[in-house]
Design a binder for this molecule. Structure first.
Ligand SMILES: Nc1ncnc2c1ncn2[C@@H]1O[C@H](COP(=O)(O)OP(=O)(O)O)[C@@H](O)[C@H]1O
Ligand SMILES: [Mg+2]
Length: 239
């Protein structure tokens, strides 16, 4: 569960990038975070994950404040950033072992999880190559696997489908579904509205730092009194 309460943020020029954001992601739900480029999705995700400081408000992950108790809060989620270009000098397996060490995943557990996920994402045979030699999609996969090693209850993913081939994207969606069916939560940003329409239990739409809609796809249709695709509704309300 992720609870965002009265969160605001501005960068140097004092313009509010996030304006009094309130949002709750419940256990058992896939929540899609939508909005045009520059709307504030990544800024929000960076505040949830403790990378950026918020100016006002607080964010609780399973009841633990990322502001007051960042180390404990960080144990509660797995995070996939918007760019997978990290630790390029490491081999895939070194990166996964490094993260397993940080999250104190036992040798036996990590072996099983790494083998299982890397075979699923068809990257098992590349684990001994350096990440700098990976394609964008392969980097994305290794970062996703790294985020799931410690079996976090909450998944926080910033545009996770970007660069993934259709099969991997399908696998990730299936993993997201089974994760939430087991009572956990997934919070992810995306531009792929068809994906949001299909798999999200609820969506939130942010525009210019303000949350302009939260609810189910059915609710947004009702609110706009239109039976249109999510794409059409999105274009209409972010106009
Ligand atoms: N480090 C930064 N310094 C100043 N402005 C920033 C910085 N990072 C992002 N912004 C601005 O904040 C706004 C929101 O950006 P971002 O959260 O990355 O949007 P999104 O992920 O929805 O595309 C944009 O106007 C962007 O230009
Ligand atoms: Mg972004």
């Amino acid at each position: 569960m992720i609870e965002i309460s009265n969160v605001s943020k501005s960068y140097e020029n004092n313009k509010k990038i996030i304006d009094n954001l309130n949002l709750k992601i419940n256990d058992g739900e896939i929540f899609g975070f939508l909005g045009p480029n520059g709307a504030g999705k990544t800024t929000t995700i960076k505040m949830i994950t403790g990378i950026l400081k918020m100016e006002e408000g607080d964010i609780l992950i399973d009841g633990i404040s990322i502001k007051d108790n960042p180390v404990e809060a960080k144990k509660k989620f797995g995070f996939v950033p918007d760019s997978p270009d990290i630790f390029l000098k490491l081999k895939g397996i070194e990166y996964l072992n490094f993260l397993s060490d940080i999250y104190k995943v036992s040798i036996n557990n990590r072996k099983e999880i790494i083998e299982n996920l890397s075979k699923k994402f068809e990257i098992y045979d590349n684990l001994n190559d350096k990440i700098q030699n990976y394609s964008h999609g392969m980097r994305q996969k290794i970062v996703i696997i790294g985020a799931l090693l410690h079996n976090p209850k909450n998944w926080i993913l910033d545009e996770p489908m970007t660069g993934l081939d259709p099969k991997s994207s399908h696998i990730l969606k299936e993993l997201m579904k089974s994760h939430t069916q087991n009572g956990n939560s997934v919070f992810f940003s995306t531009h792929v509205l068809e994906v949001a329409e299909k798999i999200c239990d609820r969506i939130g739409i942010i525009n210019k730092g303000k949350l302009i809609f939260v609810g189910t796809y059915e609710e947004i249709k009702k609110q706009l009194k239109e039976d249109a695709s999510l794409e059409d509704l999105f274009l209409q309300i972010t106009e």
